[in-house]
Design a protein around this ligand. Structure first.
Ligand code: CTP
Ligand code: CA
Length: 231
């Protein structure tokens, strides 16, 4: 065996990244979605691939070019995203950066809804599958390392610690989406990493970094955590 080259420490490893928003159909021409740009998730997939990982990027609709390196799988809804993630297994690391819509419309209309004079339609919602929690479930297919994000507007660290426990993932990258740095669609991110050490309450706060730098730092941290493939 050869030790992994120092600049490609993830060579021989498989990685999965989710990115972008999901789109939940209302009828054939309308949908529910959110403002996720996909910048952070795409940057993470590119950074993992740059360190040598065989990377699958499962992405909702975004206005970004495909990053160099990863295999890109395009999906629309949360259910499609989960199916594409399952198909990408097994992987050693999964990073869930997608802003998955929490709800979908129950009973999608087969035809375009019309203004028929009866007033606006009532949309009944159903909860979407939680991709991060599903990937984190113990079992033979569970990635060795599962990383999620927590976007919060208040009590950031407290909620992120609770979210990590609820989802069963290993690391949570918490970011304050009410911050003036403007995470959604912006180019920088201030990250607090929870779960990166033995103490589940310990918080590692990173400075404000560009999303590209956050991705590089995370990819290096993942490489350190997984260790050399050759050993
Ligand atoms: N996530 C996911 N599938 C979902 C919802 C969320 O994979 N259906 C992932 C996101 O990619 C992110 C993490 O879970 O890594 C946290 O997402 P967030 O929206 O902050 O958490 P929720 O559990 O949806 O809680 P809430 O929106 O109520 O804060
Ligand atoms: Ca959510």
């Amino acid at each position: 065996c050869f030790a992994a080259a120092a600049d490609r420490p993830l060579a021989g490893r498989r990685a999965l990244v989710t990115s972008g928003p999901t789109r939940e159909p209302i009828d054939p021409v309308r949908y529910l979605s959110n403002h996720s740009s996909g910048k952070q998730g795409h940057a993470i997939a590119a950074a993992l691939a740059a360190l040598g990982a065989e990377t699958t990027l499962v992405t909702g609709p975004v206005a970004l070019a495909d990053p160099p390196g990863p295999r890109v799988v395009r999906v629309e809804s949360a259910e499609e995203m989960l199916a594409a993630c399952r198909a990408a297994l097994p992987v050693e690391v999964a990073v869930c950066a997608a802003a998955v819509a929490d709800w979908r419309v129950a009973g999608v209309a087969g035809q375009k809804l019309k203004k028929d004079g009866g007033g606006p339609p009532r949309l009944e919602l159903a909860e979407n599958p939680d991709i991060l929690a599903t990937l984190s479930k113990p079992g033979p297919q569970r990635p060795r390392l599962v990383v999620g994000f927590a976007a919060e507007t208040e009590r950031l660290v407290e909620q992120a610690i609770a979210k990590r426990a609820r989802k069963g993932c290993d690391w949570i990258l918490a970011n304050d989406v009410s911050a003036p740095t403007g995470t959604f669609g912006g180019d920088s991110n201030r990250i607090h990493l929870i779960g990166g050490s033995d103490d589940p309450q310990a918080v590692e706060s990173w400075p404000v970094l560009s999303k590209t730098e956050v991705a590089r730092r995370l990819a290096r941290r993942i490489a350190e955590s997984l260790g050399d493939k050759a050993t």
